[in-house]
Design a protein around this ligand. Sequence first.
Ligand code: ATP
Length: 326
Amino acid sequence: MQHPFPVPDAITVKNLRKTYTVREGGSWRGKTREIVALDGISFSVPKGQIAGFIGPNGAGKSTAIKILSGILRPTSGEVQVNGLVPWTSRVAHVARIGVVFGQRTQLWWDLSVGEGLALLRDIYGVEPERFARNRARLADALDLGEIMDQSVRQLSLGQRMRAEIAASLIHDPDILILDEPTIGLDAPSKLAVRAFVHELCRDHGTTVLLTTHDMHDIEALAERVIVIGHGRILADSPFEDLRMTTLSERILELDFHGTPPELALPAGAVETARAPHSLTITFDPRQIPAPALVAHVGHLPGLDDLRISRPSIDEIITRFYADHAA
Ligand SMILES: Nc1ncnc2c1ncn2[C@@H]1O[C@H](COP(=O)(O)OP(=O)(O)OP(=O)(O)O)[C@@H](O)[C@H]1O
């Protein structure tokens, strides 16, 4: 059903530009040079969506996130987050967003996690009842029981990240900005963070903008990916569309109990590797559908087993970045 009134997006970015002025050679007396970090990017994120915001090193992601979280002023362009301009309505803005920077802490090294949360309660003016409810809910969901009384300085990276996420959500923000939330975490901790973010969106309708170099975070969470490169938007689509336009090929691996036979393959399929007991065929499913190719090779003498796989999300993104490097 269409809404009778248009629902405003949680995040709207229009023609956003940010240039930094740096001194050549780092000297204060040298000539200055402009670095264009954001070259007029536009996108919007509807309420309740998890959007991946990705790009190679130096693409401009942190700059955009700093502007969205109100830390940095842009050179030009428009931004609205929850209907507010982050850098002009800082106090109202920070009360309605949560931000996790995987590489930095928003807690206090010498305070315990519990003391840090209480300090944030006072900073954000969270009423005692709501604070107690949120603290209990987050402690349970993020397994903070054992570390609540420990000082942040003593926490392992995985424990600190759970505490950071709790800190970013203690005031019930509508929008959560996650910058590398799984960096350096072991596999179980990564899975726990992903599951938590997924449940947060499902149960609370929180909007999430997720920046990460871990493509498994994107695969697990993002309904859509905004790809940025050299300060410009390179793609903005569901990940599946990016896969189809970038690297749609599939791989068919065949195992034999003897030497693999010579093959005549249909158009759209090529032999890409041969070993003493196996063959690898790369094919384009738009030219030759997988069932037709399997039927073609299914009766080969000595065939033991076969598997079809797709290029990994890392391979797809690597290819996408390479295609757009120019
Ligand atoms: N404070 C600054 N002063 C000068 N240049 C900067 C500053 N911050 C970022 N830049 C430059 O702006 C460009 C974009 O940097 P940014 O940190 O936004 O990229 P990023 O996509 O977050 O990269 P990464 O994935 O490596 O963190 C880079 O060329 C960077 O060198």
